[in-house]
Design a protein around this ligand. Structure first.
Ligand SMILES: *Cc1c(COP(=O)(O)O)cnc(C)c1O
Length: 388
């Protein structure tokens, strides 16, 4: 599908039809596949044939989902996982050895942070964090054991933007693998491999599903690296369920149109908040006031669905705001058709010290809104009535 546009690939990338000539891909809810005879089975297990054997290894629905994301990201190959964190863990575990060092952006998803801090040290895999607004120090943190650079852009929950081209250049110069968690942008808004990423990870749970139904994850990249991820994962078993893969592949057909509307609504919410007297600051990649606005414009098609802002009055004002919200959901997800508000300081990041929170850009009064697909007038009206 090389000569087709994003939307067309998202809809027309489809597994082979069965003898029933169904229009829409069927659900292959099967754990295993059968063989013609002993020789067929032997050759299949010897990988002389490219075919499905067992759904822990591959399944037609997962294959369709993977193929679509590869088309969208400009990647050669991929593997689908049961969750975004299964993708993060399995990808890094497949590539790293005892003694290796990860150079990671300081502002990363909470569970990824915990994986690096609390679990990888068990296998003697160490890490350093680089500050996201001082790229000059990155190279000084590279050690002889550094194997890969890990980052997200935009970041969760601070909606900071990292220059992917600069990261790609550093990775190339030092022969490191650049892994980008592209969850906040979705493949529709940003394709990190264009800027030098070797592997791209997504939580399919967010914008890809877009309707808050299934957990999923995916990693795509070069055939060489993905082969290592595949070898590790077919043994350790983090595979995506065929049902969830089927749901997701359908969701991707509407990704472009949904994300366009998410971005339109989010920009309106961001502009409204920026003009409100009870708000200290607003962060949204496509607001001119965002410190990395020019970089966001360079690497993203639009600003995404998440807006962060700080209420005047800190924690107390935050809690009052939450108690007054009526339409928007108080929930931990994002990228859903329903708008969601979260207060990181009292919830997702409450286990960190205040200093650790501030280092990740999380102040007491900071609120994160994942702007959904309700009418923007209704979303803004709810936020307005809840502002103290
Ligand atoms: C949600 C999220 C993940 C983890 O995905 P799950 O599907 O919840 O396991 C990883 N990275 C980012 C940026 C996320 O927002």
């Amino acid at each position: 599908m090389d000569n087709k546009k994003f939307e067309t690939k998202a809809i027309r990338t489809q597994i082979e039809r069965t003898q029933f000539l169904e229009h829409s891909s069927p659900l292959y809810l099967t754990s295993s596949f059968v063989f013609e005879d002993a020789e067929d089975m032997r050759a299949s297990f010897a990988e002389e044939k490219d075919r499905n054997i067992y759904s822990r290894y591959s399944n037609p629905n997962s294959n369709e989902f993977v193929e679509k994301v590869c088309e969208m990201e400009g990647a050669e190959a991929g593997f689908a996982f049961a969750s975004g964190m299964a993708a993060v863990f399995s990808t890094l575990a497949a590539l790293l050895n005892s003694g290796d060092h990860i150079l990671s952006a300081g502002n990363i998803f909470g569970s990824t942070h915990s994986l690096f801090n609390n679990f990888f040290p068990k296998w003697n895999i160490s890490h350093s964090y680089f500050p996201i607004d001082d790229f000059d120090v990155i190279e000084s943190l590279i050690t002889p054991n550094t194997k890969l650079i890990y980052a997200e852009s935009p970041t969760n929950p601070g909606v900071d933007v990292l220059d992917l081209e600069v990261l790609g250049g550093i990775a190339k110069k030092h022969n490191l693998i650049l892994v980008i968690d592209n969850c906040f942008a979705s493949p529709y808004l940003q394709q990190p491999m264009r800027f030098g990423a070797d592997l791209v990870i997504h939580s399919g749970t967010k914008l890809m599903d877009g309707q808050g139904r299934v957990l999923a994850g995916i990693t795509v990249g070069s055939s060489e690296l993905i082969d290592k991820v595949y070898r590790f994962s077919r043994i350790t078993g983090p595979a995506l369920s065929p049902f969830n893969a089927w749901v997701l592949s359908k969701s991707l057909e509407t990704l472009a149109i949904r994300v366009d509307r998410h971005c339109d609504n989010a920009l309106k919410v961001a502009e409204f908040l920026e003009s409100h007297e009870k708000v200290n600051w607003v962060k949204y990649p496509f607001l001119k006031s965002h410190p990395k606005y020019e970089i966001a414009k360079k690497q993203m098609k639009a600003g995404g669905c998440v807006v962060a802002f700080e209420l005047k009055g800190g924690l107390k004002a935050g809690q009052k705001f939450f108690d007054s919200i009526k339409l928007l959901s108080l929930s931990a997800n994002l990228g859903d058709s329903r708008s969601i508000v979260t207060h990181p300081a009292s919830t997702t990041h409450s286990k960190l010290t205040k200093e650790e929170r501030l280092a990740s850009g999380i102040t007491d009064g900071m609120v994160r809104i994942s702007v959904g697909l309700e009418h923007s007038d209704d979303i803004i009206a709810d936020i307005q009535q809840a502002l103290p």
